[in-house]
Write a protein that binds this ligand. Sequence first.
Ligand code: IPE
Ligand code: IPE
Ligand code: MG
Length: 237
Amino acid sequence: MPRHVAIIMDGNGRWAKKRFLPRVAGHVKGVELVREAVRACLERGIHYLTLFAFSSENWRRPQEEVTLLMQLFVKALEQEVDKLDRNGVRLHVIGDLSRFEPRLQQLIRDAEAKTAGNDRLDLTIAANYGGRWDIMQAVNRMLAADPEKREGWQEGDLEPYLSMAYAPEPDLFIRTGGEERISNFLLWQLAYTEFYFTPTLWPDFNTAEFDKAIASYQARERRFGRTSEQLAEPPNA
Ligand code: IPE
Ligand code: IPE
Ligand code: MG
């Protein structure tokens, strides 16, 4: 089983369009599939699930759609947090939250605080998140923490300041909806992640689809720069 799965949940708009429904109907349906994905992770013992809900570029969408997405986010937080808490889920929201309404920011902080003691599943929602933003905020905080230091910075110096410092890097990255791009999601953290792209639209990405992605992951050989033969050797040979 992968320890950490990261997903770009794409295709809600097209799912709705196919049914002659407004785009927001796709987002509403998409929330149901988030519930299903969380359940699948709990049942399979996947410890980290990270979901891209809103990118820093999604503000460019029509005002009406952005407003509806924010309302859905508020509603999901109000309705789901108790259940997540009862199921041992710890919630994290990553991204530049300063652009969200104060009420939403407060709901996020409360939900994180309420679930902070849980350890069955770390569920991370990336909201107003961008991979480049993450790296830059980490660089700025790293430099501010040691203003005297002029050179010699290492990768390991930056990592504690990245938004997902609490999690191992994703083992499996899934993008639904047919596009094969990262769209400024986790950039640093995906360096050695296995990628899985599927044309299935997010509102159709049920547990059976999730299991297909996991099976694809399980059939891969993760070499991390080594040769296949090296991986076959016992560790101390
Ligand atoms: C993903 O679905 C959800 C968000 C970006 C919030 P889209 O809304 O991008 O759906 P498509 O890609 O237009 O079908
Ligand atoms: C990426 O989807 C972001 C989320 C799923 C939240 P988009 O639909 O916004 O990505 P692009 O614009 O097609 O790359
Ligand atoms: Mg899209």
